[in-house]
Design a protein around this ligand. Structure first.
Ligand code: FER
Length: 294
């Protein structure tokens, strides 16, 4: 019953001006939340070609992994980017990069993460890191099928899969650092909400948190930051971006306003005139990746 009511509430949300580029997203699902005036941080354009394959540079590698999930009771898939000059004998920090409501462990590939990271490495602009792109829909059938909004609960449940199953799998099978300073979490839309919820909710696990066009699954600022002094002491980077024409801006601006009022360091960039799409999310990865593990 709860699920039915939730779906009905979602259907009643008014349509914003968006161009969703995630698969399976019905139009008319965005917007509705009141906009809050906040001091946005300056938008600086990314250099031309930042997301395009460049010849004559070294490339990282995209691989598929599978891990046993005690949380879901299945074997689950994730996509992993291994950086340029990957060496099993080194230790790498890890960015967990989460998809949106209509996506899965392959969705981020639409945003050319390997090209973005390879270019950053060629220019000496990012710390070597492993990027894990999991499936954030923690349920037995985790494909983005049917009414994708009905799986909102599985996006919440992913917190357990991530902390109890995936992170330990990565630590057992890849040369990754085990300290919070070596872990970042970021994501797009539903994945942005997950990143803010799970990141701020587990500051002993993540020092760097990014939300790109975060969705209505984002908890309230009071839920995310119940103890301002603790968050200030423990967080290294809290970074957000959202399109200026994205009806979901309210989720980000509400948190930004709270942070500004409480002197919690936090960035929110309004990407001019963009909607809910990979233009914004690529820009998010490009910028967030340069700020973490430094
Ligand atoms: C909603 C509108 C959008 C919502 C989720 C989304 C849970 C997610 C969009 C995305 O991930 O792209 O009302 O409710």
């Amino acid at each position: 019953m709860k699920k039915v009511l939730f779906a009905a509430a979602v259907l009643m949300a008014s349509a914003g001006s968006i161009s969703a580029q995630e698969p399976n997203i019905p139009m008319g699902m965005f917007g509705g939340m009141q906009q809050i005036d906040v001091n946005f941080d300056p938008y600086v354009e990314a250099p031309a070609g930042f997301d395009q394959k460049r010849e004559g540079i070294k490339h990282g590698q995209i691989i598929d992994i599978e891990y046993k999930s005690t949380t879901v009771g299945t074997t689950r898939k994730a996509t992993v980017y291994l950086p340029v000059d990957y060496d099993k004998n080194k230790t790498y920090p890890t960015l967990y990069l989460l998809h949106g409501i209509g996506g899965d462990e392959k969705e981020w590939l639409q945003g050319n993460p390997a090209e973005i990271m390879d270019n950053l490495y060629a220019d000496g602009k990012a710390a070597p890191m492993i990027i894990v792109m999991p499936n954030g829909r923690a349920q037995v059938n985790d494909r983005a099928e049917g009414n994708v909004y009905a799986a909102a609960g599985a996006f919440e449940k992913f917190e357990g899969d991530l902390l109890v199953d995936l992170i330990p799998y990565m630590e057992a099978n890849f040369p990754v650092g085990k300290d919070k300073m070596q872990r970042a979490i970021a994501g797009l839309s539903m994945g942005g909400g997950q990143s803010l919820n799970f990141g701020l909710g587990n500051m002993d696990k993540f020092a760097y948190i990014g939300g790109f066009s975060s969705a209505p699954n984002t908890r309230t600022p009071q839920q995310l930051i119940p103890d301002v002094e603790k968050t200030k002491a423990e967080i290294k980077v809290l970074w957000m971006v959202c399109g200026g024409a994205d009806g979901l801006m309210g989720n980000s601006s509400r948190l930004k306003a709270f942070c500004d009022e409480n002197n919690v360091p936090c960035t929110l960039i309004k990407y001019p005139e963009e909607g809910h799409n990979f233009v914004v999310w690529k820009y998010g990865l490009y910028n967030f990746a340069q700020l973490i593990f430094k």
